[in-house]
Design a protein around this ligand. Sequence first.
Ligand SMILES: Nc1ncnc2c1ncn2[C@@H]1O[C@H](COP(=O)(O)OP(=O)(O)O)[C@@H](O)[C@H]1O
Ligand SMILES: [Mg+2]
Length: 228
Amino acid sequence: MIQLFHVCKQYAGDAPALVDVSVSIGKGEFVFLTGRSGAGKSTLMRLVFCAEPATSGQLLVFGRNVAKEKRSRIPHLRRAIGVVFQDFKLLPDRTVAENVAFPLEVRGLASKEVRRRAGGILRSVGLELKADKFPLSLSGGEQQRVAVARALVGDPALLLADEPTGNLDPERTLEVMDLLHAANARGTTVLVATHDRSLLERYKKRVVALERGSVIADGAEIRRAGMV
Ligand SMILES: Nc1ncnc2c1ncn2[C@@H]1O[C@H](COP(=O)(O)OP(=O)(O)O)[C@@H](O)[C@H]1O
Ligand SMILES: [Mg+2]
């Protein structure tokens, strides 16, 4: 699903954000990407989302060498990827239902089909009664559930969530994590960046740990080894 081979990312003038990173994530996996602030988590996510190129090394997403893809093919690749961010990134002047429908509208789906799918996914995150509200009238936890619904509405093969619970209290955190978990149970590959150790403890999934841009541990066991 995702393969990085000796990937380096260097922003101009700075220490490298990723150093010789080799990681492989298979179809259907649920993986936590962890490490303290500045470790390179978001950079790795952006590379996988084809938002910026690696400086060196090779990156395959869905088996395709991203650097060699035609630019015109990148939107197509991205359509199979749902993204969730710490700060929700909802459109404030559109209703909850319109936010969730947005990715489908961009794809030119028929409006009846858009409504059907958006309604279904809003029910699955428990927000069907908020469909006509505007995002800023919702709590943070509800806003993030809308963002998760928007990420999942196109039935992506891969979900990238960058500190999705960073702005939420513990209870809302679990609600959002449960949604990511449920998506994974339905077959979506999920990659979650977090520096919240309690999540790693709780969910007992594979953990890839970054430190100053390098992978320092990778596996289900590293929690117990006390490395993160
Ligand atoms: N757009 C950018 N331009 C320059 N430096 C960046 C940029 N994005 C991230 N960095 C640097 O790359 C390193 C890794 O950052 P980041 O991937 O955001 O880490 P994390 O998500 O783990 O906090 C940091 O040193 C950060 O300052
Ligand atoms: Mg980050």
